[in-house]
Design a protein around this ligand. Sequence first.
Ligand SMILES: Cc1ncc(COP(=O)(O)O)c(C=O)c1O
Length: 387
Amino acid sequence: MQYSDRILNTPSSFIRNILKVTEANDVISFAGGLPNPISFPLEDIHTSIDRAMKQHGAKLFQYAATQGYLPLRQYIADKYNRQYNLQVHPDDILLTTGSQQALELLAKVLVNKGDGIIIEEPGYLGAIQAFTLAEPTFYPVTLEEDGLNLEQLEHALQQPNVKFIYTVPNFQNPTGLTYSLEKRQQVYELVSRHDVILIEDDPYGELRFEGQHLPYIGAGKLENSVLLGSFSKIVTPGMRLGFIITKNKELLQHIETAKQATDLHTNIFSQYVIADYLLNNDLSQHIQKIKNLYKTQSDAMLQAMATYFPSYVSYTKPQGGMFIWATMNDGRSAMDVFNKAMEQKVAFVPGNPFYVQAGDVSTMRLNYTNSTPEIIEEGIKRLANIL
Ligand SMILES: Cc1ncc(COP(=O)(O)O)c(C=O)c1O
């Protein structure tokens, strides 16, 4: 068989590949990136399924519009206008099969082979995968404690045919880092001087358990702003519901065409059910429960790291989201540590797949949302022994 260069050059997800071993029963896993299932509002969703079926019957199972179910788009517009003062209209929104699909569609619509994509380094693995299918030239820009390195960003913006900048401004995957207010303003000023799209992918923004909420970098201000949202981390991921918000009508139209070719429309059963759930429950109350849970888990991991980790390991202190990023400042290989850790039945994700040019790295991603504080402490102790 002769396969396309596109697929041959796209890495399969390291995380998904190792999941089979890391999720075995006797392994303490900080490797996954899954929301905690105890946070899923199962009973309320059950009620919504019954109610939506009674109200809408066969419509839950029929083909539907590509852009998405209007009451759900209206809910999203109202929420973003209220919370973020964005002045979004339901027509500025397109529902996607998770925000993951939005990434793939954006690259499909905007990127010709060799065109430039500016991406955070380290960056979200799923975005690297989705973008790689469009055969771009990546311009990685270092993600620092407070956001993108401005000098590198300025340099990257001068490269030929750069189509977009991909950012995760809040509690980034994999690092857990959040852009400071000052860095947001600086990035905005720099980007607004260039003909380039700014993508802000924000699946974790509402999971802030510490500090002040910060405004978006470009959304609501920048003409070429694309904001991505998702219900995966605040309701359930399995329903596969995400969305694109942009005021750029032409771009949205092209995305709609690409989506027609990809899957016609996002699962309409999910859309009806989640719309019913959102309209009949207090989402902010539900999110508060998730934040309380994740803060306890994050505190437990940070506390254990402070107690047991050797001093050559530094790590981020997230104010929300699901991840901590650790750096072994003596330069040892994260893959080596990973292999040793698996022998001791504790797992994490070595940093390698989060860099567009994979090489040996000394970083690791630790997820805290899927273990109890007691198990977190035990896992960190085991890891500390190896380190
Ligand atoms: C930064 C980021 N973007 C997008 C996604 C994809 O989310 P979904 O497709 O479930 O909305 C994830 C999932 O982990 C993520 O971390």
